[in-house]
Design a protein around this ligand. Structure first.
Ligand code: HSE
Length: 438
């Protein structure tokens, strides 16, 4: 049967992995797809590298626009990244009637609504399995495997760099700065690691999953995002003593009046499976009303793991290529004219539990003042630890775990606690989730 022709934009890590996987498993992939999938042209600024990777098996060009308008190309794979030229290329490919596969979470999180609308109008498919959690087939799971369910919440470790940093801080008692330097040396974190450590990369991925889970448009701009750069090894150690691990979680929850969409460091019980996901690995925990909790674990980055997801999309598109667009799986799982207008809740309205650490004078009445403030705001305390003051010190750390409360209430409590004369400096606040699987 006639092969399907693919134009690859960008032959860096993921492009190289995609090329290798297709070449190595081509025979089995053809048996699955029903026809051969052939990368016929590769565009990269570094044509020398592209020639080396493709070894004569594909035409090489430095002009990506010539690929997206090439009448011989059926599917364009965009692996350039960023939202500038990548957006132009994807929209141009769609305009020229090409199906698109992309690993670009930043592009989809910020321009996904525009891209899916254009693809819908043109009757082409946009595959993006590789954009969320690398090699883990979480898009397929959310969009198809769990389609019977009313999804209640998703909690995911969806950034390997930050998970590696947190694992190292906990296991070796190292500071954030020194582990970050190690991660950069190992090539896990980017030279400019802001997107990873400030939670932006995770927020991109979470916004995509939230849209698919709840049938709402992508709303990355409304995602609350807090990274791990201010976490201390002391808090990680205190959390451990209390039976918790701290993970950078992407959390999205369906509530009565809207959807919670937030990325932040989170205490989770150490006994949970997801709390034991260490190093660069990713995991996504999904709670559906029918299935209960399901968890998806694997490599969230890397050449062949991410290439595995790109090729899965190529196979899907090859199979569905001739199907009536009406009968294809909708991009965001729900039919585009049936998206809900559930609002993303402001952080003040988010309900969760909290870990609070404060430095206080070691004298009578201090604890009573703090607990009175919490009681006045109807915040119930779940656990409390007071550290022995160090030799010769008259100050000590108090750690409080609260029951569920609204973020606005904890914010007022923190304001009032910080204004007590007996409390020194800022109160450290870390959100907590039980993630109880039902
Ligand atoms: N920078 C990402 C991570 C990998 O550390 O998980 C690609 O999404």
């Amino acid at each position: 049967m006639k092969p399907i022709n693919v134009g690859l934009l960008g032959i860096g890590t993921v492009g190289g992995g995609t090329f290798t996987v297709l070449a190595r498993n081509g025979e089995e992939i053809t048996r699955r797809a029903g026809r051969p999938i052939r990368i016929t042209v590769v565009a990269d600024k570094n044509t020398e590298l592209a020639r080396k990777v493709t070894a004569g098996a594909a035409r090489v060009t430095d002009d990506a626009f010539s690929v997206v308008t090439d009448p011989e190309v059926d599917i364009v794979v965009e692996l350039i990244g960023g939202y500038g030229v990548a957006r132009e290329l994807v929209l141009k490919a769609i305009e020229y009637g090409k199906h698109v596969v992309t690993a670009n979470k930043a592009l989809l999180a910020t321009h996904g609504n525009e891209i899916f609308a254009a693809a819908q109008k043109k009757g082409v498919m946009v595959g993006f399995e590789a954009a969320v959690a690398g090699g883990i087939p979480i898009i397929k799971a959310l969009r198809e495997g769990l389609t019977a369910n009313r999804i209640q919440w998703i909690a995911g470790i969806i950034n390997g760099t930050t998970n590696f940093i947190l694992s190292e801080m906990r296991e070796k008692g190292m500071s954030f700065e020194s582990v970050l330097a190690e991660a950069q040396k190992l090539g896990y974190a980017e030279a400019d690691p802001t997107f990873d450590i400030e939670g932006i990369d995770a927020a991109h991925k979470l916004s995509i999953m939230s849209a698919i889970a709840f049938g709402i448009p992508m709303q990355f701009d409304k995602c609350y995002t807090e990274g791990i750069s201010r976490l201390t090894r002391e808090d990680i150690a205190y959390a451990e003593q209390l039976g918790y691990r701290i993970k950078l979680l992407g959390i999205t929850k369906r509530k009565a009046h809207g959807v919670e969409l937030r990325v932040h460091p989170t205490l989770i019980p150490a006994k949970r499976l997801i709390a034991n996901v260490e190093g660069v690995m990713n995991a996504v925990l999904v709670q559906g009303d029918a299935v209960g909790a399901t968890m998806y674990y694997g490599r969230g980055a890397g050449a062949e793991p991410t290439g595995s997801s790109v090729v899965a999309d190529l196979v899907d598109i090859t199979r569905m290529h001739t199907a009536d667009p009406e009968h294809r799986v909708p991009h965001l799982a729900f039919q585009p004219d049936r998206l809900a207008d559930l609002p993303i809740l402001p952080m003040d309205e988010v309900e969760t539990a909290y870990y609070l650490r404060m430095r206080v004078a070691d004298k009578p009445g201090v604890l009573a003042d703090v607990t009175r403030i919490l009681a006045d705001l109807n915040i119930s305390i779940d656990a409390m630890v007071q550290k022995e003051p160090s030799e010769g010190e008259d100050q000590t750390d108090i750690i409080l775990l609260t029951h569920l409360t609204l973020e606005k209430h904890i914010n007022s409590a923190i304001g009032r606690i910080e204004s007590l004369e007996t409390v020194t400096g800022k109160v450290t606040r870390i959100r907590m989730e039980e993630l109880g699987a039902r």
